[in-house]
Write a protein that binds this ligand. Structure first.
Ligand code: KIV
Ligand code: ZN
Length: 390
């Protein structure tokens, strides 16, 4: 196992402000980044990857300012495998009480071809750059980009070099969302068993969602021994995005019987940060998105609404309050039944008898056939028109 003190504690590493911001069109302003970082810090995220300091003057300033303001979280910046990137990263994160340099290089055959390095040349570069980062900062994360498409022997070799050079966290990125859950678990498990020194470091998982498996892959990696999950709010990130923070955190909380781990996240803050990230990034959350979608705690059909009114556990496995919502919503539409209409009328202050309910239900169904959703004002209007006709 890869953790120093508490075997069940899984660190949450949020990269909304780095990988998330790399989504085309998701750029955030300086002030917006500070605001999101403060929300992440408040909700108990362990590590905030605040940006890529050498990428621009704006990124450098944002990471530096976030580092100065952080109260709880460790502040991390990203750096490629060269001294200039690493030095710039350190200049930004050094202001934080707890800081981290995250340096990476693409290790798969395809990625090695980009800088045109042989395996030996790349191994040497990894040794030099990780050692340099470790001389600046006592907390260094190293990532073999495209790890899941890197040859097994070479992957083991470069991880060993990074550990010997002083890396304290080894992140295993599934850069192109290529892996599957069983593979993800086995890869981490075998690395921990095979690489000398693996038990001295934390293994992390960084999954992309190209095949829709990022959350499953991240959780499988934890089952294999990873103790840091890299994720973003709303699953924002390159292409199809990263593992969604809200999904892994709520999966661990809800299915703790089979995933007996702990995070430090205050889940009641999830909805607020999801909405804020959506607003500042301009990325609308799809209505049926797990946990934070508009419909995640909404029930429209008659059978479901009736079941919910009798016992919410009939159709809900999580409490909406646990993510900061005020409650379940039972929107009225053409699939709704009498029980939900009566419940809505009661909430609006109307006490109707069975005959009156029968009459209003007929007119409600006529209206619902014409409208996607029947709102409170529509129900009030139906009541009033019924009263006027009487
Ligand atoms: O997806 C990826 O490989 C990355 C690395 C920089 C860790 O984001
Ligand atoms: Zn990534």
């Amino acid at each position: 196992m890869t953790h120093a003190t508490d075997q069940d504690r899984v660190l949450i590493f949020d990269t909304t402000l780095r990988d998330g911001e790399q989504s085309p069109g998701a750029t955030m302003t300086h002030d917006e980044k500070l605001e999101i970082a403060e929300m992440l810090d408040d909700m108990g995220v362990d590590i905030i990857e605040a940006g890529f300091p050498i990428a621009s003057e704006g990124d450098f300033k944002a990471v530096s300012e976030i580092a100065k303001r952080a109260r709880n979280a460790r502040i991390c910046g990203l750096a490629r495998a060269n001294f200039a990137d690493i030095d710039r990263c350190w200049e930004a994160v050094k202001h934080a009480e707890k800081n981290r340099i995250h340096t990476f290089i693409g290790t798969s055959p395809l990625h090695r071809a980009i800088p045109n390095l042989t395996q030996d040349e790349m191994a040497e570069k990894i040794h030099e750059t990780v050692s340099h980062a470790r001389n600046l900062c006592e907390n260094v994360q190293w990532s073999p980009m495209d790890a899941t498409r890197t040859e097994w022997d070479y992957l083991c070799r470069v991880i060993e070099i990074a550990i010997k050079a002083g890396a304290t966290t080894i992140n295993i990125p599934d850069t192109v969302g290529y892996t599957a859950p069983e593979e993800s678990a086995n890869l981490i498990r075998r690395l921990i068993e095979t690489v000398p020194g693996a038990d001295e470091v934390i293994f992390a998982t960084h999954c992309h969602n190209d095949l829709g498996m990022a959350t499953a892959n991240a959780l499988a990696a934890v089952a294999g021994g990873a103790r840091q999950i890299e994720c973003t709010i709303n699953g924002l990130g390159e292409r199809a995005g990263n593992t969604a923070l809200e999904e892994v955190v709520m999966a661990i909380k809800t299915r703790n019987d089979i995933m007996p781990w702990r995070t430090g996240v205050d889940t009641s803050k999830i909805m607020a940060i999801s909405r804020r990230v959506s607003t500042v990034s301009g990325f609308v959350v799809q209505p049926n998105k797990a946990i934070v979608g508009k419909n995640a705690f909404a029930h429209e059909s008659g059978i479901h609404q009736d079941g919910m009114l009798k016992n919410r556990e009939n159709f809900e496995i999580m409490r909406p309050e646990d993510i900061g919502l005020s409650g379940t919503s039972l929107p009225l539409g053409k699939h709704s039944g009498r029980a939900a209409l009566r419940d809505k009328l009661n909430h609006l202050g109307y006490d109707v008898g069975d005959n009156q309910l029968k009459d209003i239900f007929v007119r409600f169904k006529e209206l619902a056939d014409r409208k996607k959703e029947v709102f409170d004002d529509d129900v009030i209007a139906l009541m009033r028109s019924g009263e006027n006709a009487a």
